[in-house]
Design a protein around this ligand. Structure first.
Ligand SMILES: [Zn+2]
Length: 287
C-alpha cells in the first residue's frame, strides 16, 4: 500500500503579520552563524587533521568577528550570533567578545551536526552538549536555536520546549514569525523564519569539493535589497543570515556596512535580537 505521507496539521495554518512595537513597520534580525571550523568537521571529523581545509573556518574567529563587531557598533545594531558548542569550547575569548559587545548568543548545536529522523538520541545529545558548552563557558542559557545547515527532524520543537527555549529559526514556511503548535497546543516556541536567499553562503563560499560560482557584491546587494524592500512593505520579519567566514572577507564587510545603512534608511525598521522578537511575539500573540 502506498503511504499517503500526510503533512502535520499545523502546516495548514495561514500566514499572518505581527503588530510590531511602537511605530515599527517591520522587524530586522541581523544574525550570524559562528560555525568556525565546525562547518568542515560536522560531516567528517578527520578534517581536524586537515588544517588548511578547516582554516577557512578559523578565519571567522581570527579576522572576521572583530571586524563585524566594529561594524555593528558603528551602526548601533545588536545582532544575534548562533554559536555551536564546539566553537564556544574552542574560541571562548571570541565568543566572550560577542557577549561583551551586548549581542545575543543563540544555540546552534554542538558540532554543527545534521540530525537524522531515526536517531533521536544523537539529536538530543547534540542539543544537550551545545547547551552545556554555553553554560560552562559563559554561564548562559540561550533563548533559542537555529538548526545547522537547515536540517531538522519532527522532534525539534518538542526538544526546544523541553529545554526551555522560546524560539527557533530553522523553518522557511513564512515571512512572518508564528508560534509553533505541539500536539495541537501552543508550544511556547516562536518560529523566526529564514531563507537561503538571505544567507551569504550560497553566494560566497567555494570549495573544490562543493564548487559553485562566487558572486559579486552587487549581485548579493541586489537580492538582499530587493527582498528587504518587499519585506518592509509587508511588515514582515527580515531575517538576515550571515557567516563570519563568508561576510567577513574584506569587500564583503563593506557590503555588510552598506546594507545595514540601506535598511536603516527605511522608516520604522525595528532592529532587534532574535530573543527580543520572540518575546514580543509571545507577549502579543492571540491564543
Ligand atoms: Zn551553521
Amino acid at each position: 500500500m502506498i503511504d499517503r505521507l500526510p503533512l502535520p496539521p499545523d502546516t495548514h495554518r495561514l500566514s499572518a503579520p505581527v503588530a510590531w512595537p511602537g511605530q515599527a513597520r517591520c522587524a530586522a534580525m541581523i544574525s550570524f552563524d559562528f560555525d568556525a571550523e565546525t562547518m568542515w568537521l560536522s560531516r567528517d571529523t578527520t578534517n581536524i587533521r586537515r588544517p588548511a581545509l578547516i582554516s577557512h573556518g578559523t578565519y571567522a574567529a581570527k579576522v572576521a568577528i572583530p571586524e563585524i563587531l566594529a561594524i555593528l557598533r558603528e551602526a548601533g545594531i545588536r545582532a544575534t550570533f548562533f554559536v555551536p558548542g564546539w566553537t564556544a569550547d574552542n574560541h571562548p575569548a571570541v565568543v566572550a567578545s560577542i557577549l561583551e559587545a551586548g549581542h545575543e548568543v543563540g544555540h546552534h548545536g554542538y558540532l554543527h551536526f545534521w540530525p537524522e529522523p531515526d536517531k533521536p538520541r544523537e539529536e538530543a545529545e547534540e542539543i544537550e552538549m551545545g547547551l552545556e558548552a554555553l553554560q560552562r563557558n559563559f554561564g548562559i542559557q540561550p533563548l533559542g536555536y537555529r538548526c545547522p545547515a537547515g536540517e531538522t527532524t519532527d522532534r525539534l520543537v518538542g526538544l526546544l520546549a523541553q529545554y526551555g527555549m522560546i524560539y527557533d529559526s530553522s523553518f522557511m514556511d513564512d515571512i512572518h514569525p508564528y508560534v509553533h503548535r505541539l500536539d495541537g497546543r501552543d508550544s511556547g516556541v516562536v518560529e523566526l523564519p529564514w531563507h537561503w536567499s538571505l544567507d551569504d553562503v550560497p553566494y560566497t563560499v567555494y570549495s573544490l569539493r562543493g564548487q559553485r560560482a562566487i558572486q559579486t557584491n552587487d549581485h548579493v546587494r541586489t537580492i538582499w535589497s530587493d527582498e528587504f524592500r518587499e519585506y518592509h512593505r509587508r511588515g514582515a520579519l527580515f531575517d538576515l543570515i550571515m557567516h563570519p567566514q563568508a561576510i567577513g572577507r574584506p569587500s564583503r564587510l563593506r557590503l555588510l556596512a552598506d546594507f545595514l545603512a540601506f535598511a536603516a534608511s527605511f522608516p520604522g525598521v525595528w532592529f532587534a535580537t532574535a530573543g527580543e522578537i520572540a518575546k514580543h511575539v509571545l507577549e502579543t500573540r492571540r491564543t
